[in-house]
Design a protein. Structure first.
Length: 550
C-alpha cells in the first residue's frame, strides 16, 4: 500500500469518518488538463473506488478573469475519457459564494479579518521576507463595525477593482509567509461564467478551496506537495470558522522528462503559435494525448505504476511510452503502410493479375481474425529496406539478394533503376511463385522480411510523425539568457505523404493501428475518406536515451 492508503486504512480502523472515504478532484477551469492532472484524477477516483467511497468533481472557479466554459467542458470530457464518473456530484466553488461570504463576515465579527486599502504592490512590499517579519497594514485595527460596513459596500460594487481587499488578521511575523494576513477577497468587476454579474467580489483560491472541501464533507483532501505550506492556513480557517475539518494529505506531483507541466507555459506555447492548439498531439494535455492516440488504459496503468510518493521526483517519459506500447500491442490492428516509398516491379509476375494475400490482424489477439491484401506486379516498399552496397549484417533487399515479402512471396532484386541524379527510383525483381504465404517448399531460408503495399491498390495518405516537443530532459533549464522555449525540438513534427493498404479506407478518427515495422499510428480528427491522416503515436521501440536522442 502507498502511504495514502495506509492513512485511510488507519482512519477506517479508528472509525475516524464513520468508515467513509470521500475524495474530490478540484481543478480550476482556467486551462486544459495535462498528464499531471491525470495522475491526480486516477488517484482520487481510484482511492474512492477501492474503499467503496465517493468522488466529487468540483470546479474551483474563483477567478472570472481567467476561467471559461470551454475549460469546464474539456475537463468533463477528459475525466470521462479516462474512465471515471462523478454521477450527480458535480459542484463549483461558485455554488458556495453566499456561504463563503457569510464565513468572511464571521471572521470580521470575530476580529479575525479586516478591510485593507493597500494595493497589491503595497501589500507585497509590506509582507516582509523569509528572514524578516512583515509590516502591519495601517488599516489592520479598523473597528469591526467599519470593516463590516466596508465589506458590504465592496459587495455592493461601490469601489473600483483593487481599491480595497479583505484580509485575514493572523500574524505578520509568522515564519510561514502565507499566514501574514493573506487576502481573502478582492474586487473584480468581471462577469463570471456561472454567476454572471451577481458578484463583484470574489474569494481567493486559498480561502475558497478548503472551505469548499468542508462544505462537501470531504474526508481526505488529497493535493500535491506545493500545497503543504498552505495547510496551516487552511487549518486556521477551519478552526476560526468552527466547521468540518477535512484531512489534507499531500503527495508528489508528476514531473515528466522532455515536457513542461505549467499551465502558464503551455498557454504560452498555444498563444505564440509554437503548437496548433491545446490538443496538439505534441502537448502533454490529456486532449493532446487523446488526439495523438494514447489510450485511457495506458495512462491509468502508468499512473498505477509510478505510484504515490512523498517527495518530488522526475519520471522518464519513456515509461509512459512503455505502458502505451504495452496496451497498443494488445489492441492495435496490424496494417501495411509505406512512409518513404520505393517502387518495385516484379518482372515475372503476370501483367494485370491481382491476388488476395491473407494477413493476420493481430498476433497478440486470437479473436482479431485475418484480412485479405491485394498483391500485384508493382508494389511499394520502404526506401530504407534497400541498399545498393549493404554492410555485412544488413538482411534486407540488395542487388542479387532474396528477401521475404510479409505474408506474400520471396523476391530477388535483379536490377536497380536510377534517375539522372543517380538516385534509386525503382527496383526490378523476380518472385518465386512457390513461396506464396512467405515460406519455401524446398526449405530454403531468407534472413530478411519486409512489408509492402500494392501500388495499384494503395491509398494515398498523410502521416504526421510526432516526436517529443522538447529536446532536453528538463526544458525549464533553458540556456543562459533564454527561456524554456529555447529547448523546443525543431523536429517535433514532420508531415509526409505516404501509402497505406486499401482496407483503411473506412478508418475513423482515433482508430489505432500498428504500421508493421514502423510504429503505432492513430487516425487524426482531420482525416476524411478523401484524405486519410495518421498521427504516429509512438515508434515500436524507444528511440531516446537518458542523454538525448539515440
Amino acid at each position: 500500500m502507498n502511504f495514502i492508503q495506509q492513512i485511510i486504512e488507519e482512519d477506517n480502523r479508528n472509525d475516524k469518518h464513520g468508515g467513509r472515504v470521500h475524495t474530490r478532484f478540484p481543478p480550476e477551469p482556467n486551462g486544459y488538463l495535462h498528464i499531471g492532472h491525470a495522475k491526480s484524477i486516477c488517484l482520487n477516483f481510484g482511492l474512492a473506488k477501492q474503499y467503496n467511497g465517493l468522488t466529487n468533481l468540483r470546479f474551483d472557479d474563483t477567478n472570472p478573469v481567467k476561467e471559461d466554459v470551454e475549460y469546464v467542458d474539456s475537463i468533463r470530457e477528459d475525466v470521462h475519457w479516462l474512465g471515471f464518473d462523478w454521477d450527480d456530484r458535480e459542484f463549483y466553488a461558485s455554488d458556495y459564494f453566499p456561504q463563503l461570504f457569510d464565513y468572511a463576515v464571521k471572521l470580521i465579527n470575530k476580529g479575525k479579518a479586516y478591510v485593507c486599502d493597500l494595493n497589491a504592490e503595497e501589500i507585497s512590499n509590506t509582507r516582509g521576507t523569509v528572514t524578516s517579519p512583515g509590516t502591519e497594514s495601517p488599516f489592520r485595527n479598523r473597528p469591526v463595525e467599519e470593516n463590516l460596513d466596508l465589506f458590504i459596500r465592496m459587495r455592493n460594487g461601490e469601489f473600483r477593482d483593487g481599491e480595497k481587499v479583505l484580509r485575514a488578521k493572523i500574524d505578520m511575523a509568522s515564519p510561514n509567509m502565507l499566514l501574514r494576513d493573506p487576502v481573502l477577497y478582492r474586487i473584480l468587476h468581471s462577469e463570471h461564467h456561472r454567476t454572471g454579474n451577481q458578484w463583484c467580489i470574489y474569494p481567493m483560491y486559498d480561502f475558497a478551496h478548503g472551505q469548499s472541501d468542508s462544505i462537501e464533507r470531504i474526508t481526505h483532501s488529497i493535493c500535491t506537495l506545493e500545497f503543504e505550506v498552505h495547510r496551516p492556513l487552511y487549518d486556521w480557517f477551519i478552526r476560526e470558522l468552527e466547521i468540518w475539518a477535512p484531512q489534507q494529505i499531500e503527495f508528489a506531483r508528476l514531473n515528466l522528462t522532455y515536457t513542461v507541466m505549467s499551465k502558464r507555459k503551455l498557454l504560452q506555447l498555444v498563444q505564440e503559435g509554437f503548437v496548433k492548439g491545446w490538443d496538439d498531439p505534441r502537448m502533454p494535455t490529456i486532449c493532446g494525448l487523446r488526439r495523438r492516440g494514447y489510450t485511457p488504459d495506458s495512462i491509468r496503468n502508468f499512473a498505477d505504476a509510478i505510484g504515490v510518493a512523498k517527495r518530488d521526483n522526475v519520471i522518464d517519459a519513456s515509461l509512459l511510452e512503455y505502458y502505451l506500447r504495452e496496451d497498443l500491442n494488445k489492441r492495435a490492428m496490424r496494417v501495411m503502410g509505406i512512409l518513404n516509398p520505393l517502387e518495385v516491379v516484379i518482372e515475372n509476375y503476370p501483367d494485370g493479375l491481382t491476388e488476395e494475400i491473407e494477413a493476420i490482424n493481430n498476433p497478440e489477439d486470437t479473436t482479431a481474425g485475418k484480412r485479405k491484401l491485394p498483391f500485384s506486379k508493382v508494389i511499394y516498399i520502404e526506401k530504407d529496406d534497400f541498399m545498393e552496397d549493404p554492410p555485412k549484417k544488413y538482411f534486407r533487399l540488395a542487388p542479387g539478394r532474396e528477401v521475404r515479402l510479409r505474408y506474400a512471396y520471396y523476391i530477388t532484386c535483379r536490377d536497380v533503376i536510377k534517375n539522372s541524379k543517380g538516385e534509386v527510383v525503382s527496383l526490378h525483381c523476380t518472385y518465386d511463385p512457390a513461396t506464396k504465404g512467405g515460406s519455401s517448399p524446398d526449405g530454403r531460408k531468407v534472413m530478411g522480411t519486409i512489408h509492402w503495399v500494392s501500388a495499384r491498390h494503395a491509398l494515398k495518405a498523410e502521416a504526421r510523425i510526432y516526436d517529443r516537443l522538447f529536446n532536453c530532459e528538463n526544458p525549464d533549464q533553458a540556456m543562459e539568457g533564454k527561456d524554456f522555449k529555447s529547448n523546443l525540438n525543431p523536429d517535433s513534427l514532420k508531415i509526409i505523404d505516404c501509402f497505406v493498404e486499401p482496407g483503411l479506407k473506412d478508418a475513423r478518427p482515433l482508430d489505432k493501428y500498428q504500421f508493421e515495422r514502423l510504429g503505432y499510428f492513430s487516425v487524426d480528427y482531420d482525416s476524411s475518406p478523401e484524405k486519410l491522416v495518421f498521427n504516429r503515436i509512438v515508434p515500436l521501440k524507444d528511440s531516446w536515451s537518458k542523454s538525448g536522442k539515440a
